[in-house]
Design a protein around this ligand. Structure first.
Ligand SMILES: [Zn+2]
Length: 368
């Protein structure tokens, strides 16, 4: 499948006195079909990806089924900054697209999930490290899961380290030493000449849980949500609570009963496990011994959170509609709120059973 690349700004229109290089760049940026040339083939079966922000490389993309939301506005803003920043530093060499706009994302995913590179701090300057560590301790205690789950940060700073980039190509791709020298020249050029590469938050926007007990949350996804006006601490807590829900599912995989099999990568299966993670999130965030947020706060946050485009109802990664996801979280809140003894924390199994008993209502959206 080809990729159309285009700038969203008009300042690259070709002038009569334009240099040949400017002409090439302008032509390429308006309508050039370029095959995908990424060097990594990432295994995606071992993890549940919650944020899969796709760069829109072209103005000629199909209109979003999700419609305009504050999140989409922020994402479009950073998207355009990145694409314009790429084009401004570009000499027209098509190979650069696969390296900067594809490989960089894969490299930072590998860094956070498998290499432990810069994973021990949260926020660009570690400003959320203490907060995240406390939240993780709270989740461990609440769900009785001490020292089971590793929570890793992800940062654009990682991609400034050219030696590390070289190491990743050497160990995770089939590129030859000559290829790698060539790739590194391109990487160095963009890292030096563009203030968006790799600084743009898109490059650290992962959020996922792996079956081998790791959670990754990138600074970028928090930046996007914070820029829509949300409290970053609530953002961290909610994403961690949701990813923790997936880890609980993984731990109980094969033991828990579901109406359709879990993690078989069909729309119905994915929607079910995602809605359960949202149910678990609603339960923990509002529980008196969990994050102790009131429902209104959680509702406001999740309404924005669930706006993160997932309108591909037929896609195997479908998370449920925003209304279904909010209904799942509300049902989790109801469970925490209606338990007779407020301080009681239900077992993972009991929370799962409660979710399954409400699943049809959640899907119908009749929880409210
Ligand atoms: Zn999820």
């Amino acid at each position: 499948m080809g990729v159309l690349i285009s700038s969203c700004s008009d300042d690259l229109s070709v002038q009569d006195d334009a240099t040949p290089e400017a002409v090439v760049k302008a032509q390429a940026s308006t309508n050039l079909e370029i095959p995908s040339t990424g060097h990594f083939d990432l295994e995606s079966s071992g993890l549940v990806k919650d944020f899969d922000l796709k760069l829109q490389l072209s103005e000629v993309v199909e209109p979003s089924e999700c419609g305009p939301t504050p999140f989409n506005e922020v994402a479009n803003y950073y998207n355009d900054l990145l694409i314009d920043g790429f084009i401004a530093a570009w000499d027209g060499n098509p190979d650069a697209i696969g390296i900067i706009l594809e490989d960089y994302f894969a490299i930072n995913q590998i860094a956070a999930a498998y290499e432990g590179k810069n994973t021990d701090y949260f926020g660009e300057d570690g400003e959320y490290t203490n907060y995240v560590k406390n939240r993780v301790r709270s989740l461990e205690k609440f769900w009785d899961m001490a020292d089971l789950i590793e929570v890793n940060g992800q940062h654009t700073e990682t991609l400034e380290d050219l030696d590390f980039i070289r190491y990743i190509y050497e160990n995770y791709s089939t590129a030859t030493p000559e290829d790698i020298d060539y790739i590194l020249e391109i990487a160095e050029t963009f890292n030096t000449n563009s203030d968006q590469i790799p600084e743009n938050p898109f490059f650290a926007s992962d959020g996922f849980a792996t079956f081998d007990r790791t959670i990754v949350v990138g600074d970028g996804i928090v930046t996007f949500l914070e820029d829509t006006g949300l409290d970053p601490k609530v953002v961290w807590s909610s994403i961690l609570a949701h990813e923790w829900g997936h880890q609980i599912q993984f731990l109980n995989f094969g033991v828990w009963d579901y109406p359709v099999p879990a993690f078989i990568n069909t729309p119905e299966s994915t929607r079910m496990t995602e809605l359960e993670a949202d149910f678990i999130t609603g339960y923990y965030l509002t529980h008196k011994r969990g994050a102790t947020y009131n429902w209104k706060r959680v509702e406001d946050f999740l309404t924005a959170f669930f706006n993160i485009g997932d309108c591909g109802f037929d896609s195997s990664g479908h998370h449920g509609t925003p209304a279904q996801r909010l209904a799942a979280a509300k049902a989790g809140f109801n469970l925490a709120n209606n338990t007779k003894k407020k301080g009681q924390i239900l077992s993972q199994e009991d929370v799962h059973d409660a979710f399954i008993s409400k699943l049809d209502l959640i899907i119908d959206g009749t929880i409210y």
